[in-house]
Design a protein around this ligand. Sequence first.
Ligand code: PMV
Length: 302
Amino acid sequence: MARANGKVILLGEHAVVYGVPAIAAGIGKGATAIAVPAERPLLVLGAERVVRAGEDDELGRAFTALHAATGVGSYRIDVTLELPPGAGLGASASIGVATARALFEASGIEAGRERVLEAAGAWERVFHGNPSGIDAEAAACEACILYSRADGARPIAVAGEVPLVIGIAGPSASTRVMVEGVAELRQRKPEVVDKAMAGILALVNAAKGCLGVGDLRGLGRLMDLNQMLLSGLFVSTEGIERACAVARAAGALGAKLTGSGGGGAVIALAPGDPEVILSAFRSEGIQCFATTVGASSGGTRR
Ligand code: PMV
């Protein structure tokens, strides 16, 4: 049996695809995978979906790629997911990392982080086309990381905990489609997108400083600015903007989408009692939970 985290991106999504570092952290909710020997490789996702290696749909291809990358024998893997899928909380990477870990463990192979990430990366590439790799890195770690394509994941210093409320602002969109949308915009208007990327880089660098000294107020302002730049890349939605506004009105120090946008999750920086923002979300029909991230993340409360 093995586990992996879900994740939030505090700042830097989309820009990370173009080499800008992003700040991400694992959250306590994630995926659990149990592997037992079987005649043929089989992946069972909750009660809904049975995936066989060799099947020619997206999940089948992803599982085949992951299984081949591990190089282990035949196992049935049962996955329990604690996250809403496709909401930008890293559900697919979490399943990939938990499954790879379970396969290695069941086969008695002591696989290090690199091998697990390689197998999870093979799974992620089928869904995402051009993933930066940040989801799988965050799924495999507990702490706050600075991730870039060039340097991989590096832990960053966090003074205290960062209290978050996560709300699901609407139906999710495909990460692949959202990433392609930014790529198309960049082709049409390179100067607009490049300026946004430079702005996001500056915000990420400043946020690293805020995290290091526990300046939540500063971090919240940077999150709001990052949300503004993401809106300019057309990855926000009315639902996301509304959820951010609800959170800010209920006392959040900052709020933004997390992940690829187009729907899905928002994160709100919630000092003090998270219940105020949770009930504001609930009264708007927004599914939500509170969590903390930081030096050692994973204090999901509900
Ligand atoms: O998979 P999501 O929706 O959490 O998005 C990942 C973050 C992106 O920067 C949008 C894509 C990537 O591969 O980094």
